[in-house]
Design a binder for this molecule. Sequence first.
Ligand code: PS7
Ligand code: MN
Ligand code: MN
Ligand code: MN
Ligand code: MN
Ligand code: MN
Length: 350
Amino acid sequence: AKRAAKLPKDPDLAFCYGMLNDVSRSFAIVIQQLPNPLRDAICIFYLVLRGLDTVEDDMALDVGFKVPELKRFHERIYERGFTMACGYNHYQRLMAQFGTVVNVFLGLEERHQQVIADITRRMGYGMAEFIEKEVKTVADYDLYCHYVAGLVGIGLSQLFAASGLEAPSVAAQEELANHMGLFLQKTNIIRDYLEDILEEPAPRMFWPREIWGRYGSSLEDFQQPANRKQAVQCLNHMVTDALRHVPHCMRYLEQLQHVMVFRFCAIPQIMAAGTLALCYNNGGVFEGVVKMRRGETATVFETCSNLGDVYGWFLRFLEILEEKVCSQAAADDPTLPETRQIVTTTRQLC
Ligand code: PS7
Ligand code: MN
Ligand code: MN
Ligand code: MN
Ligand code: MN
Ligand code: MN
């Protein structure tokens, strides 16, 4: 009853919010707390990119079909009635009903449409670039994450500034917005190691060879219990790499003025920091899904309305990291000094 009462009167818009709830409960909550017209624009932005990602992720699609579809997805969002048979479960339903997303997209203000279409075009070309290209270096890894998440941060910042809720300088500082996306995406890539490598009919691999190559001769071998020590050292290196973005994310959050925009941006960052603290030195990443506890997630949503709250959460997770770093001080983890350094300097910013 609570949810029905919140559904918009327009059936197309109601479908979009229902879909958003089905594919991402946590984004749905923070998006619904935003004021309009920002709320509807970001809801559609999310669903459009989720649609694009469904094309990228469907490993059953032929590459010769997928690459041009990724590149023209930014045009599809102007085609009334567009649908595509791909993906699974909720994502399959999203793609089958994509015409409804198109209808709502075409009803948005033109400046919002332009931001969404521009980011969709750049992301689609970036995804296409990496369909047949391996993520070899850390520079490749940063570039892939820029395409699939940094661009989202850049587009969102443009929407915030256009709404007048945030200063134009928020949109102008694209580098900081990029870091916001990279921190979330790298956390997703670290946590999804097993899900991605077990993908059927072909594995997905985003961990850069420049990092994992120091710990083994194939990324797939990290699943084997016999390789657990090397795998965990590699994992710790990946977490350390992700932590470099945190100081920049704090600088991004420090500029925000509107409390609901702040929550929308800060909650995913806190959850990512909590997930990284949980993943660090945790062999469970190679066995299944590592996730923050439900109760803790609920507390994040309740306690995140200003910078003080964010600093509090970061301090808590850095503490957990620090304990793990110290407890294995004897271990010959090659990135240990760097991890320690990053934890110490980041803590001083809180
Ligand atoms: C707030 C300045 C438009 C709200 C939010 C759908 C999640 C899905 O989930 O491994 O394992 O399948 O395939 C910066 C969100 C970055 C992006 C990227 C924060 C759109 C989003 C489509 C910027 C989110 C990071 C693919 C691409 O990875 O995922 C601020 C809104 C944000 C969507 C995410 C995800 C990429 C992704 P999964 P994958
Ligand atoms: Mn995906
Ligand atoms: Mn993807
Ligand atoms: Mn993933
Ligand atoms: Mn996933
Ligand atoms: Mn996936």
